[in-house]
Ligand binder design. Structure first.
Ligand code: HEC
Ligand code: CU
Length: 400
């Protein structure tokens, strides 16, 4: 027969070490009331400090001007729907938290252990009324959120009516940039990269796909994220209502340079030029039709000896195997590793997927050593001399 363990628990030993006169029976499981309060105090100060840091961090994100990727000022009805649900959930969460915290604080004060009271509170199990209440209220809240949210999802996934002007663009995610192929309307056949140009107040259909791994298209001010998956076509339906330039970012980890896979949405006015604010600067946006005509045209012919030299180097250094320049180098085949269409690269605001501002210096820097700017870049380092890179950059920048 096994021996019974001795019935001396560590608990009893401790309670006699605690120094309090032993009024409590040796079997009482609770430490004295005063001790509990005293042991909480040292925690309070770091908690308050952490709380204040959290509040300061939260407030730091409040400036709209320096947050071009914020989701709180949407420019489409699809964005309105997401923002509405985000705010609804936020305020609902705050209300639920306030109620729960109030009940908790009330219980903490009302039912706390008084000095000298060593009795155990009444122990009970199961209270039908309470159980029904705290099952019913959350159920109602969840149903109340789900029903309108489903309605919103269906509204966002509705293809625009065919009896209006629709601009349809195939959007292809590639490591690590976005390619745009226009499928209809005046821009039919046009191909560009990094910057998606569309007209304001016009229905846009984007067919999302990928040439390699899964990416996600996300222009925070336009609408929610959409996965770009190889072999699939996930559409995005959206009608932007504000003229301007809006930054975006790939939102699905897709490899070494995922963080450097940016994009821009440029919403053009329909008729006249418009002046817009972009990153604290005034930028003039031509009408959509002007942009289309300009970009449908062949690339500009070299207009000086220096530019001519750059064009020659471009053709000699294998660049045309991966890059199309309309009317001059049309041989590039379409492959996952082929690069952006450069026919009008000089007119882009940014290059290398929004990583570098577009100017001759940055173009030369990119051409000389892409891997120094984007780790793992699918454009190889072609070991050009600084002079060669500069000459090619001059040529490319002339392609407005
Ligand atoms: C093997 C294919 C390949 C070759 C060869 C190649 N590139 Fe590229 N190029 C790319 C890819 C892919 C990108 C996109 C990289 C990125 O943004 O991640 C790119 C991007 C660029 C860009 C930025 C364009 C933009 O709109 O962002 C320029 C400019 C460029 N290449 C110029 C050149 C020049 C000049 C040469 C020849 C010296 C060259 N490329 C050779 C594949 C190639
Ligand atoms: Cu990505």
């Amino acid at each position: 027969m096994p021996q019974k363990a001795p019935v001396v628990s560590a608990c009893h030993g401790n309670s006699s070490l605690s120094g309090s006169s032993d009024q409590r029976g040796p079997s009482s499981p609770l430490p004295p009331a005063k001790q509990i309060g005293a042991s909480l105090l040292p925690w309070l100060r770091p908690l308050v400090v952490l709380g204040l840091i959290a509040v300061a961090q939260g407030l730091a994100g409040c400036s709209g001007e320096v947050a071009p990727r914020n989701t709180h000022t949407p420019i489409s009805s699809s964005g309105d729907i997401s923002t509405f649900f985000y705010q609804m959930l936020l305020y609902l969460d705050i209300a639920v938290m306030a109620v729960v915290a109030a009940i908790w604080a009330y219980a903490l004060v009302k039912f706390r252990r008084r000095e000298g009271d060593d009795t155990l509170p009444p122990q009970n199990h199961g209270n039908m009324k309470l159980e029904v209440i705290w099952t019913a209220i959350p159920t109602l809240i969840v149903v109340g959120i789900t029903v309108p949210m489903l309605a919103g999802v269906f509204q966002m996934s509705k293809r625009p009516d065919a009896n209006q002007r629709i601009i349809e663009v195939d959007v292809t995610g590639k490591q690590w940039w976005w390619e745009f192929d226009y499928k209809n309307d005046t821009a039919n056949g046009l191909q560009t990269a990094t910057e998606l140009h569309v007209p304001v107040n016009t229905a846009i259909v984007l067919n999302m796909t990928s040439a390699d791994v899964i990416h996600a298209w996300w222009i925070p001010r336009l609408a929610g994220k959409r996965d770009a998956t190889p072999g699939r076509n996930y559409p995005v339906y959206v009608t932007p209502r504000e003229v301007g330039i809006f930054d975006g970012q790939c939102a699905e980890l897709c490899g070494a340079s995922h963080a450097l896979m940016g994009t821009k949405l440029v919403v053009h006015p329909l008729a006249k030029d418009a002046e817009v604010d972009y990153q604290g600067k005034k930028v003039t946006l031509e009408s959509y039709e002007t942009w289309v005509q300009h970009n449908q045209a062949d690339a500009a012919k070299p207009a000086s000896a220096e530019i001519e030299k750059g064009a020659k180097l471009f053709s000699e250094r294998t660049c045309p195997t991966c890059h199309i320049i309309k009317g001059q180098f049309d041989t590039a085949i379409r492959a996952p590793t082929s690069g952006p269409n450069l026919s009008h690269v000089g007119s882009r605001l940014a290059i290398a997927a929004n990583t570098l501002v577009n100017n001759p210096e940055n173009l030369a820097k990119w051409i000389a050593k892409p891997s120094a700017i984007k780790p793992g870049s699918k454009m190889p380092d072609l070991n050009l001399t600084p002079d060669e890179a500069k000459a090619i950059a001059t040529y490319l920048y002339s392609l407005k």
